[in-house]
Design a protein. Structure first.
Length: 404
């Protein structure tokens, strides 16, 4: 079987260059590693041209296997415009160079109708279309819109789902949000048709990869990590995190603060000026190995998403690497961490996270005992349901059913 995998990229720096710290790239890498072991399938990955990346010189630095082929494509270096971009002539030229494709696995849900039309009227044979959505827009739910409502994604996401053979959601929370949003905008008959062909691929991390790169060398001081991207729109609430650690540093000095800053939109020099107790682990984009070593060396990882119902891959990775993670008690965080978790924080009416510094202090005090507790062992068991090792079996089964 030959599968065309259309990557959805979203992390780029201030110089207009893509970065491989993108979770979409890491999800692709992780699931293909497992599917290569379990199938004889060939993958053709549509990805930005290597010249448009800031931190790699070859696709081999992402993944190398004889059955995984990276195909350069002219993606606009803009996460918003990429979701609206489809040049039928460019796509046709690309398609003619590929071997006979059996499945298109599309991760840009907004262009699925374009792809379906191309397959039907240009190619003219039955090629199954899988549509995955990793950034679901639900503007009909108060506070959950991803972008300005005048250009909401949900119309085109719904359209992409409706024309696909298999629809993939990231977790139960996003599926529930899709239903809630759709019922306020779309006909129930169309919603039910989508639900009948829907599945959940709860991608997160590779257990094997994290443990292959495990290190026992902890930092001298307990280290609090902020692993998510930083940006002017404060999507991940890094500004509230900075307020909290600065407040905590006035009461105790026994900790460090590390930012991975994957998009590099905020300068490390500015972070150094504004964050007390900061430790500059690296001022460059992290390699995968160095990132994993950081996870094992850290103790606490803070994740403040409230619109990202999945919660992000970094939180799953941090749990596997024996970190206490600090989150609001919502969505998939709540499912994995449990009802009685001691390190939840309250966003407050304006996401001000007023009690964050107190919870950070409690996590520093209790770290050593908590990570060897039965409660934490149960968290890790639930978390492993997001591993590529676990989910790849579901992916394999779902894809095989398309041609039964």
């Amino acid at each position: 079987m030959n599968i065309l995998y259309i990557l959805q990229q979203s992390i780029y720096n201030n110089n207009g260059k893509w970065l491989t710290g993108d979770s979409n790239i890491q999800m692709m890498r992780g699931v293909l590693r497992e599917l290569i072991k379990k199938t004889d399938w060939n993958f053709y990955v549509l990805i930005a041209d290597i010249k448009d990346f800031a931190n790699i010189k070859s696709y081999k630095e992402i993944f190398e296997h004889k059955r995984v082929h990276f195909i350069p494509y002219d993606f606009p270096i803009n996460a918003f415009l990429l979701r609206q971009n489809f040049n039928v002539n460019s796509f046709d030229s690309l398609f003619k160079k590929l071997p006979k494709i059996d499945i298109v696995w599309n991760n840009i849900s907004e262009i699925s109708r374009n792809i379906k039309t191309f397959l039907k009227y240009y190619v003219g044979r039955d090629i199954k279309l899988i549509t995955c959505c990793y950034w679901l827009d639900t503007p009909m739910i108060k506070g959950q819109e991803k972008i300005d409502k005048t250009v909401s994604y949900d119309w085109r996401q719904f359209d992409g789902f409706e024309c696909s053979d298999l629809v993939v959601f990231t977790c139960k929370s996003t599926l529930k949000a899709f239903i809630k949003n759709a019922k306020r905008k779309f006909n129930n008959n169309f919603i039910n048709k989508i639900l009948k062909k829907s599945t959940i691929w709860d991608f997160g991390y590779s257990i094997k990869e994290l443990n292959e790169n495990k290190t026992k060398n902890k930092f001298t001081k307990k280290t609090i990590m902020f692993l998510n991207r930083l940006s002017d729109i404060n999507y991940t609430h890094h500004k509230e995190f900075i307020v909290a650690v600065n407040k905590l540093s006035k009461k105790r000095e026994d900790f460090n603060v590390v930012f991975t800053n994957p998009s590099m939109k905020i300068k490390f020099e500015d972070l150094e000026k504004n964050v007390r107790n900061i430790y500059l682990y690296s001022t460059n984009s992290l390699t995968r190995k160095k990132y994993i070593e950081l996870l094992w060396r850290g103790c606490i990882s803070v994740h403040l998403y409230t619109k990202e119902l999945y919660g992000g891959c970094a939180s799953r990775e941090a749990i596997e690497c024996n970190n206490i993670i600090i989150t609001p008690k919502v969505y998939e965080y709540r499912r994995i961490l449990g009802e009685d978790y001691d390190f939840y924080i309250s966003p407050g009416s304006n996401n001000e996270y007023k009690n964050l510094y107190k919870v950070l202090s409690k996590a520093l005090d209790r770290y050593d005992d908590f990570i060897i507790s039965d409660y934490f062992k149960n968290i890790k068991e639930r978390n492993r349901e997001s591993s590529f090792e676990y989910i790849s079996n579901i992916v394999k089964s779902d894809i095989e059913k398309l041609y039964e």
